[in-house]
Design a protein around this ligand. Structure first.
Ligand code: NAD
Length: 369
């Protein structure tokens, strides 16, 4: 049971290999890609004890050359920082890496974004391979080439587009992921159905519980359909000048919620996206764009899976509509002071819109508490 999705970007195109046991083939696949070039693995201290031995055994079995032991960084969002970028670059340069060195990022979105950015800037650009170990990273962050770090002004404000050479999404490693992180990644899976694939959303309504329970076939299908959807969009609009913005469905609201909470564990990114998708459908229905029943259908599914669908479900947070609007106005996707929303004419019919009346947005937020 294995799928390969191609990200079609001419000479920067690459394969996403999806299925249980893909890490066991990492050595063979990386040596086919890199030959005798030296490899450095970057991971975090939660993933290292769980999945690094299998990756290292596979690299060794295939005779892949290594430049030193794996670099193990602290797990968590705080690692996506200037300080850790500097330490990582220091370590890499201290090992005497060359332009031919290949970085392998083993971990969730934090490790993928940070190691990917280090690969983009070290010696003006190294090749890198993503080995995503969270559902969110497998269906979203490891694909498409966005890399970067957070700064004190906000999330992902410093970074680069730098495509990986290969993505190895071993769905088997998700067995060790916490249920909460599994569900947070699942929100991004639902997003692809809501953007332009109503059939996939209907399939998720039936099989989403199996996906989240890690049932192998359902999981591979969900990751494959999601990666194919993202690959198609990235293939058309690599640098987000148009269609790629659809991938932000639920994110304009979601980022504002995350910012209001202060990016701590009370609200994971995917949970913010789940809440945000409900709000985007509320706004669409309020503006008469989609049917009045659509927001309810979206929420029913997210709710059934166990994702938050009401702001009141986020414990210990008092929401303030004006504050949330303020965060939206600071989003990095604001252009000429206008916020871009991803709205929908129905499930699977998303589109981007500007010039949305702030009072309508405020009304939706007021009603969501
Ligand atoms: P993460 O990397 O912090 O992983 C979540 C937690 O799960 C961490 O504690 C990690 O150590 C642990 N973990 C990872 N794999 C595990 C496994 N198999 N078993 C047990 N534990 C495991 O977070 P994430 O949710 O993967 O990614 C979030 C990040 O991704 C954010 O920084 C976000 O900005 C970024 N992101 C980037 C893009 C992009 O296009 N580049 C898209 C979406 C999100």
């Amino acid at each position: 049971m294995q799928d390969i999705v191609r990200v079609d970007l001419a000479e920067r195109g690459y394969d996403i290999v999806i299925g249980p046991g893909v890490i066991a083939q990492a050595g063979a696949r990386i040596s086919a890609l890199a030959g005798r070039r030296p490899v450095v693995v970057v991971t975090d201290d939660t993933v290292a004890p769980l999945h690094l031995p299998a990756l290292e055994a596979s690299l060794e079995g295939a005779g892949v050359r290594r430049n030193g032991p794996a670099i193990v960084l602290p797990a968590g969002e705080k690692t996506k920082s200037f300080a850790h970028l500097e330490a990582l670059l220091d370590d890499l340069l201290g090992r005497g890496i060359e332009r031919s060195t290949l970085l392998v990022a083993l971990g969730g979105g934090v490790i993928g974004d940070l190691a990917g950015f280090a690969a983009a800037v070290a010696l003006r650009g190294l090749d890198f391979v993503q080995v995503p170990t969270t559902l969110l990273a497998q269906v979203d962050s490891s694909v498409g080439g966005k890399t970067g770090i957070n700064t004190r002004q906000g999330k992902n404000l410093v970074g680069s587009f730098h495509q990986p050479r290969l993505v190895l999404a071993d769905t088997g490693v998700l067995a060790t992921l916490s249920r909460r992180h599994m569900l947070a990644g699942y929100a991004e899976v639902v997003k692809y159905g809501l953007i332009d694939d109503a059939g996939f959303f209907a399939w998720l309504e039936e099989h989403g519980a199996a996906v989240c329970a890690g049932e192998p076939e359902a999981l591979v299908r969900a990751v494959t359909v999601s990666c194919a959807a993202k690959a198609a969009i990235v293939g058309q609009d690599e640098r987000e000048s148009g269609r790629r913005a659809l991938l932000n469905l639920g994110h304009t609201f979601g980022h504002a919620l995350e910012a209001a909470v202060g990016y701590d564990d009370r609200l994971l990114h995917g949970e913010g996206v789940a809440l945000g998708m409900g709000l985007a459908f509320d706004l669409s229905a309020r503006l008469g764009l989609c049917g009045a029943e659509d927001p309810g259908r979206v929420r029913r599914h997210l709710d059934a899976i166990g994702l938050p669908t009401r702001l009141g479900q986020v414990a210990g947070v008092t929401w303030d509509t004006q504050e949330l609007l303020g965060h939206m106005a600071k989003d990095k996707k604001v252009q000429d002071g206008r916020i871009t929303f991803v709205l929908a004419r129905g499930i699977g019919q998303a589109f981007t819109a500007r010039d949305i009346d702030g009072r309508e947005v405020a009304a939706v937020l007021d009603r969501a508490r």
